[in-house]
Design a protein around this ligand. Structure first.
Ligand code: ADP
Ligand code: MG
Length: 806
């Protein structure tokens, strides 16, 4: 049931070219029957049909379809109604010409919950009914106009819709096919409503149950018609091809007499009088004179009497079951894939341009990305010389030497900075180390200098990150991070050649500026830091002007004969024997160690230490060193938190000294970036412009491709394929295309860049790491999807009829 109330439609509303195509149309349609909308060309028939069928918007009034009232085009609602109720037959449009007959017809079934078999069954059934089953696998463009028309009918009927809308369905057909088509529609109209738009009165008269005449956008008549078409006897027209012909040709007149072979008339005698531009006829014969025109229901047609293969029509029983709509109108992935592949197969030469754009832009983007990566990706390991956990604390104003401030400072360092919860303070040791080579016997000693690193107490070394060797146990044992070894071996030297791989450094000897004290590498770590891990006392001892010190615990671990269990109080110290002798120290004396220490005893020379103290004693010594340096590092996992804490606790001492905190690791990176950022700006601008241009080109290419194919989009949309599926198919299509253009282009460009960087003579040193290649590809595919969605979506949001115009 369709009810149309006060329907108006203006084209180009509000513009100069505004045109009223429908003017206050009021109509009602029942559930069955064949209704003809008749009118001259341009009278508004198509406009009316499009409005009813939800193919176009309208300007005013309402349309109610089976209880749902529409007052305008709304993509969601209109699409739903269209899919639920209508089947369309168009003169020549909306068939996918590059696809097979079967594909086109099956398209209308995609939104229904049918198995592939059931779909095929229905398609075959309807194609067979329409006599075109044998063309099922043929591409539509290879068929004749009449055959294409039947494909369109098949597609409309295959889902057994409630309402069939047909716009000039016979416009392209010869007489015979016109009759056949109309017979089919007539047959169907017993089951459902068929609205046929035509400008041929004859067709309307023969077949319609009701004729609505339209003129200038208005309904001018709406009458019940007694259709009697398919009883051939009722065809009272005269078909000249059935008659014999006699011609009498004269100077003034040409007469043709038509008669049946065995029905020769008596001599015909007529008087023709020409007067004032009019022709008067006087009949002198016995026979009646009948003027053939539509009024008399007789037309004289110069053609064969349309012959109907009666069987064709009588066999046509329309008994396809109505279908339940599937909730999810999306297509399964297989179908989308099929659609995308079919699209690609159908892409012709016009797509060559697209391929070139994709290739060129992929190459441009690859070069841009490689350049960008080169500028932005810094080899941190090559730049930084400080451990990233280190916060440098400078304690300013310590040059005022007054006893009070000395005490304040000690208190500050000891009590607050030394709060391990926030950070572990380390004294600022800037002295380097040397790795000794296992050199040739001829050469006495060979060292590689190990500089630009941080000394970190080994308690911060993660045992799980030891690559080789073990954790330090004794005072003179250290662990090297592999990052340092990388640095050392960056430039080959006689010594580094003697080592082979990280593991070979385990066991190597190290020494500070004083080569008599040796340290041993016991492990190689992979902390990703430029650090040497050792005892805090080693760090302290290696500093210039400091005494070589170790804790009693460390001392005990040395297993010096006779010194098994040394336990010192915080103010007690053991002194190296030789040192004590040279200074004239005796047990019980005070030692001159910036504090009051009592000499508890001596120990043998040659251990690499001068003093042994309690743990706390060592710490005090370190604090003293920090005080003298007015600087230290704090090792922390949370630099901001530590900073905050130090700021807070130092507020008490602010007037006298203010800690200035920096993060050397971050500063080094920042400084490096600043140094190189200016260099690359101009180059980047060009490359980014190239990238943007290529993306814009791709956008317009996809957009114009979508526009070119708006008819195809319309077909998919009209036959109930969800927008999501259509967009997915388009994306898949561009992905498939990208995979044979962008993908290889990026890979080849990356390969070439790699090759170039391998050739040392070119000295180009460009890197294009694999993650940047993968990232670029992912970005490309993502951007393609977005670029694809925009134009296709905007096309799909418009009414189908508005699209077809373009
Ligand atoms: P019919 O189908 O009866 O031949 P139409 O419904 O196609 O007529 O057209 C009715 C009137 O509206 C015509 O005068 C036609 O020129 C005009 N018209 C149709 N479509 C458009 C359009 N897209 N833009 C402007 N005018 C249109
Ligand atoms: Mg029309």
């Amino acid at each position: 049931m369709i009810r149309i109330n006060n329907l108006d439609k203006y084209y180009n509303k509000g513009k100069k070219s505004e045109q009223c195509a429908l003017n206050d149309v009021n109509l009602e349609f029942g559930n069955t029957g064949l209704v003809c909308i008749l009118g001259e060309s341009g009278s508004g028939k198509t406009t009316l049909l499009n409005a009813i069928g939800g193919l176009d918007d309208f300007s005013g009034g309402s349309i109610e379809i089976n209880g749902t009232k529409l007052t305008g085009y709304s993509p969601k609602l209109t699409d739903a109604i269209r899919n639920e109720h209508f089947g369309y037959i168009f003169q020549n449009y909306y068939i996918l010409k590059d696809y097979t007959v079967g594909y086109n017809v099956k398209l209308a079934l995609n939104r229904y919950d049918l198995t592939e078999e059931e779909k095929n069954e229905r398609v075959d059934y309807i194609l067979d009914m329409l006599g075109i089953l044998k063309y099922k696998k043929k591409v539509v463009s290879k068929l004749s106009g009449g055959q294409q028309q039947r494909v369109s009918i098949a597609r409309a009927l295959v889902k057994a819709p409630n309402i069939i809308l047909a716009d000039e369905p016979t416009g392209n057909l010869d007489e015979e096919n016109t009759l056949k088509t109309m017979m089919i529609l007539k047959n169907i109209s017993k089951e459902c409503l068929v609205i046929v738009v035509t400008h041929e009165k004859r067709i309307a008269k023969f077949f319609a149950d009701r004729i609505i005449q339209v003129s200038d956008g208005k309904i001018v008549s709406d009458k019940v018609n007694n259709a009697t078409a398919y009883e051939r006897g009722d065809d009272s027209n005269i078909y000249l091809k059935e008659y014999e012909q006699e011609i009498i040709d004269d100077k003034y007149a040409e007469f043709k007499l038509y008669h049946k072979k065995d029905d020769i008339p008596e001599k015909i005698r007529l008087n023709f009088v020409f007067k004032d531009g009019k022709l008067y006829i006087q009949n002198l014969s016995e026979n009646d004179l009948v003027i053939a025109n539509a009024e008399n229901g007789v037309q004289i047609l110069d053609e064969e009497r349309p012959s109907l293969d009666a069987q064709d029509v009588d066999n046509f029983e329309y008994n396809l079951s109505r279908l339940d709509e599937k909730k999810n109108a999306g297509l399964p992935f297989r179908e989308i894939w099929h659609m995308a592949m079919a699209n690609i197969a159908a892409l012709g030469k016009k797509q060559r341009f697209m391929v070139i754009i994709l290739l060129v832009s992929a190459i441009l983007l690859s070069i841009t990305t490689a350049k960008y990566v080169n500028d932005k990706v810094i080899d941190e390991a090559a730049i930084v010389t400080a451990d990233s956990h280190c916060l440098k604390v400078n304690i300013e104003n310590t040059d005022i030497f007054n006893e009070d401030e000395h005490m304040d400072m000690h208190e500050f360092i000891n009590k607050y900075l030394n709060n391990k919860k926030y950070g572990d303070i380390i004294c600022q040791n800037t002295s380097g180390m040397y790795i000794e080579g296992r050199t040739f016997t001829q050469i006495k000693s060979q060292d590689i200098s190990l500089s630009d690193f941080s000394y970190i107490p080994y308690e911060h070394l993660d045992k799980n990150k030891l690559l080789y060797g073990r954790m330090p146990e004794k005072r003179n044992e250290v662990v090297l991070d592999k990052q340092l070894i990388d640095k050392v071996t960056e430039y080959t030297s006689a010594v580094s050649l003697m080592y082979d791989g990280y593991e070979s450094y385990v066991g190597a000897k190290l020494h500070g500026s004083d080569a008599t004290v040796k340290y041993k590498v016991v492990g190689i770590s992979d902390m990703g830091e430029p650090s040497v891990y050792c005892s805090p006392n080693v760090i302290l001892s290696l500093m210039e002007n400091t005494t070589l010190v170790e804790s009693d615990e460390e001392f005990n671990r040395e297993n010096v004969k006779g010194y098994k269990k040394v336990k010192l109080k915080d103010n007690e110290v053991l002194i190296r024997k030789g040192f004590a002798d040279s200074e004239g120290y005796k047990i019980g004396d005070q030692a001159n160690l910036d504090g009051d220490y009592v000499i508890k005893g001596t120990f043998p020379d040659g251990l690499g230490v001068d003093y042994v103290m309690s743990d706390k004693g060592c710490k005090m010594l370190m604090c003293e060193q920090i005080y003298m340096d007015s600087a230290c590092y704090s090792y922390t996992d949370n630099i901001p938190e530590t900073k905050k804490y130090y700021k807070k606790i130092s507020s008490k001492y602010l007037e006298k000294f203010e800690p200035v905190m920096t993060v050397p690791h971050d500063d080094q990176i920042k400084e490096y970036l600043e140094q190189y950022s200016t260099v690359s700006v101009s180059g980047n601008v060009i490359m980014i412009a190239a990238a943007v241009i290529s993306l814009i080109m791709i956008y317009f290419m996809i957009k114009s491709n979508a526009m070119l194919r708006s008819e195809e989009l319309t077909v998919y949309k009209m036959f109930g394929i969800s927008n999501k599926s259509i967009i997915s198919a388009f994306i898949l299509e561009i992905y498939a295309m990208a995979s044979v253009t962008t993908l290889p282009a990026v890979l080849v460009t990356a390969g070439i860049i790699k090759l170039i960087s391998f050739a040392p003579s070119l000295n180009v040193g460009v890197i294009f790491p694999w993650w940047a290649v993968v990232g670029l590809l992912l970005c490309n595919y993502l951007v393609y999807a977005i670029i694809c969605i925009l134009p296709v979506k905007s096309i799909l949001a418009k009414p189908p009829a508005a699209l077809d115009l373009k």
